[in-house]
Design a protein around this ligand. Structure first.
Ligand SMILES: [Zn+2]
Length: 78
């Protein structure tokens, strides 16, 4: 398993996620982001806004996703 935190995944806190694949960890961070959105957490709302800006440019979003995927594969297994 590898570990990445919320901030590393475009979020706003140090909460850590553990998963075997990048897709899995991306989904966990998404679920956490939605939970924080529901709780109206200001820092996460801002981080989500930035992500939404990024999503307006599919190639920029793709690039971000790919770079995070590379970062994830470079991490040591726990
Ligand atoms: Zn967070």
């Amino acid at each position: 398993m590898k570990t990445m935190n919320c901030k590393q995944l475009g979020g706003a806190c140090d909460k850590e996620f553990h998963a075997n694949t990048f897709e899995e960890i991306a989904e966990m961070s998404k679920q956490h982001g939605m939970e924080m959105f529901r709780l109206n957490d200001e820092a996460h709302l801002k981080a989500m806004n930035d992500m939404q800006e990024l999503m307006k440019k599919p190639e920029a979003m793709q690039e971000w996703f790919e770079s995070k995927k590379v970062e994830f594969s470079a991490l040591p297994d726990d």
